[in-house]
Design a protein around this ligand. Structure first.
Ligand code: FES
Length: 105
């Protein structure tokens, strides 16, 4: 079971934005950053490629570079200053290391 890092307490009336995260169909709200959208649907933003475990961003203002995540198309984006958009397909690990959910997970 996936336990989200964030729980939305306010501003629940904005329109939904659907996107894919590690192969799962999930949703956020219009105006959410990618960082917020991912952490509303996962326990961490990404796995560090430097071996220090799961990360959830740090500064939240585009300064520390701790929130770069991957797209299914092979790109990367900085999650704290990118707005989530309908149809995005995001990965919390590099594409070659991603394991897709199975019916048992
Ligand atoms: S959290 Fe620091 S640059 Fe995004």
């Amino acid at each position: 079971m996936i336990r989200p890092r964030f729980v939305r307490l306010a501003e629940t009336g904005r329109p939904a934005v659907r996107f894919r995260l590690d192969g799962r169909d999930v949703a956020a709200l219009e105006g959410d950053t990618v960082l917020t959208a991912v952490l509303m649907n996962a326990g961490s933003l990404r796995r560090s490629e430097f071996g220090d475990g799961p990360r959830a961003g740090f500064c939240l203002m585009a300064a520390c570079q701790d929130c770069w995540i991957w797209t299914e198309e092979g790109g990367r984006l900085r999650a704290c200053d990118t707005a989530v958009a309908e149809g995005m397909a995001l990965l919390t690990a590099p594409p070659q290391e991603t394991t897709w959910p199975t019916s048992a997970s």
